[in-house]
Design a protein around this ligand. Structure first.
Ligand code: PEP
Length: 273
């Protein structure tokens, strides 16, 4: 059954502001690295390395505490967007240690990383919590970058497709109306994150095609074709170009290799038009 997103008026969605998939998106997830002074230092080296034109869309996810400094330091670089690595699903309240989506917006974030495997597996985040976070992000005006992916055991058992589909199904209700024009997905096999191990190219294409087909079926072809699907897991300056050639790979989510300005700028170069 086709979901109600298109509301029988697919033309309207073409006018909506979305990220065009033909422009590659390169995301830096700094995890718990680079506080405010290191962020300033990084940008001082990184920004001059960017070429003047034909840049991909660059999204930087520093630790929350560095967002304000980053926002102030980015200046005229309109190709760069900022994101928060995690948010809480309530907008305010007695939730010690958490950050709300509205707080993130107030310091310059436009995106929120949701359901990263470290959140799911180290902090026990469930599909239900991921759904709540996607919902709150959209309500607050943050574009969610939703991560999905299987563990090694799940892959070996042959459960990759089931796991990814369950993760996608859990957020369907949140992306099935007109508010969600700018969601992004990232396929990140858990076993490839920070390990130096990559899936085979056809395994990446299979997973991306599964996500693309799911979107087409559930939310309609026009809308789904504007939603980028990024690959993440052990991306570096040597493999980025080949990964970007794979079908349905609309960009990359980079952890470790995004911490160094030179390595990250080389990855960006691979994605430049
Ligand atoms: C990540 O943090 O999402 C990630 C993919 O990390 P790495 O590039 O270090 O594997």
């Amino acid at each position: 059954m086709k979901h109600c997103l298109m509301n029988n008026d697919e033309n309207k969605t073409e006018d909506r502001k979305t990220i065009k998939v033909k422009t590659k998106t390169i995301v830096a997830n700094w995890k718990m690295h680079h506080g405010p002074s290191e962020t300033r230092e990084f940008l001082g080296k990184f920004l001059p390395l960017l070429s003047e034109r034909d840049l991909p869309r660059i999204l930087l996810f520093p630790p929350a505490i560095s967002l304000e400094v980053m926002s102030a330091s980015i200046g005229k670089h309109t190709d760069i967007g900022l994101g928060i690595q995690n948010i809480y699903w309530e907008l305010e309240g007695a939730f010690t240690g958490e950050h709300s989506a509205t707080m993130a917006v107030s310091v310059g974030a436009e995106f929120a990383l949701i359901g990263h495997s470290e959140r799911r597996h180290l902090f026990g985040e469930s599909n239900h919590q991921v759904k709540n976070k996607v919902s709150t992000s959209i309500t607050a005006g943050l574009k969610p970058v939703v991560c999905v992916g299987e563990t090694k055991i799940e892959r070996v058992r042959g459960d990759t497709e089931t796991i990814i589909t369950q993760q996608l199904d859990s957020i369907l209700s949140e992306i099935s109306d007109q508010k969600s024009g700018s969601i992004l997905f990232a396929y990140e096999p858990v076993w490839a994150i920070g390990t130096g191990m990559l899936p085979e190219p056809d395994e990446i294409e299979e997973a991306h095609s599964l996500i693309r087909m799911w979107m087409k079926e559930k939310i309609g072809e026009v809308f789904s074709s504007s939603i980028p699907i990024l690959y993440g897991g052990s991306v570096n300056e040597n493999n980025a170009k080949d990964l970007l050639k794979l079908s349905n790979v609309d960009g990359l989510l980079v952890g470790g290799a995004s911490l160094d300005p030179m390595s990250f700028s080389k990855i960006i170069e691979s994605a430049s038009l």
